[in-house]
Design a protein around this ligand. Structure first.
Ligand code: GLN
Length: 281
């Protein structure tokens, strides 16, 4: 079959399986298998694809029809302009999370110490280190497999040192930080079944389940995290779109000041951050 025919066939199979971005996903998978790009596919649509590549492509389409996320098939996701390796052990970096990184970068100074709780693929911490100078980065996760993934990403994307710690939240954390950031699991337990099959069945539940009300990680991070924050240091969270008021209230109750909510490009509340004043202990 030709590029054009294969793309059409793949897109049709995906569409019937209920995949939303069927055309895009078929094109991306064909590019991936044939190690080429969109321009080439479009400009050389009549070129015949070899039987090996065709077989591989249809194999990937089959998996995608079973709603395995595209990024778990290609093994990568671009975030903040950097190519991160991903797998079933980490949440696939979301574009929404770039808002969180950009917000931190506004206030990040050379040499600051950054603690990333629930680091997953490491995308937040690694981007912050990549776009700053002389910062000290520590990433924490409870999942050994996630930490391996993060360390691999750091090795490929960074030329500065970074530390990854296996820890149940702050259990094994030491030191003081100017910035604590987290994109913790924040989906209400009862809502998990309403997520897309890609997320619900193939992304790690450990990275999604925020407990009964979705807030259990914020509670613990705000409560226990204060001790690890320098006076004047900031704590930044990614949040679900309906959690701004609740997370703000948790931070207020813990004595944080200058609390702000930032929206994502869809106009939804996405980030909450606040500062620890000198007198809060
Ligand atoms: N934003 C993610 C989603 O779309 C959830 C991320 C999280 O729980 N931290 O499912």
């Amino acid at each position: 079959m030709t590029y054009r025919e294969l793309m059409k066939r793949g897109a049709c199979l995906l569409k019937n399986a209920g995949v939303v971005e069927s055309d895009t996903d078929a094109a991306l998978l064909l590019e991936y298998v044939c190690k080429t790009d969109r321009n080439y596919l479009l400009a050389h649509g009549e070129e015949t694809v070899g039987p090996e590549a065709e077989k591989r492509f249809i194999g990937f389409i089959d998996k995608r029809c079973r709603r395995i996320p595209l990024q778990q098939l290609t093994g990568e996701q671009c975030f903040m302009g950097l190519d991160f390796k991903v797998n079933e052990h980490v949440l696939i970096p979301r574009q929404d999370t770039e808002i969180l990184v950009e917000e931190i970068l506004r206030e990040l100074h050379d040499g600051m110490r950054i603690l990333d709780m629930c680091t997953g693929s490491g995308c937040i911490l690694i981007s912050l280190l990549r776009y700053s100078n002389y910062c000290v980065g520590v990433g924490v996760d409870i999942s050994e497999e996630a930490l391996k993934t993060a360390a691999g990403n750091a090795e490929r994307l960074l030329s500065v040192p970074v530390t990854f710690i296996k820890s149940n939240l702050f259990e094994n954390v030491t030191g003081e930080y100017e910035v604590i950031v987290s994109n913790p699991p924040y989906i209400k337990r009862a809502d998990i079944q309403t997520l897309m099959p890609e997320v619900r069945e193939h992304e790690p539940l450990l990275a999604l389940d925020g407990g009964e009300d979705g807030l259990s990680f914020y509670r613990r991070l705000v409560e226990d995290g204060r001790r690890f924050l320098c006076d004047g240091g900031r704590m930044y969270f990614e949040i679900g779109m309906e959690q701004a008021d609740e997370v703000t209230a948790l931070m207020e109750a813990a004595g944080f000041v200058e609390i702000n909510v930032v929206k994502d490009y869809a106009g939804l509340d996405r980030v909450v951050y606040g500062r620890k004043p000198t007198e809060v202990r």
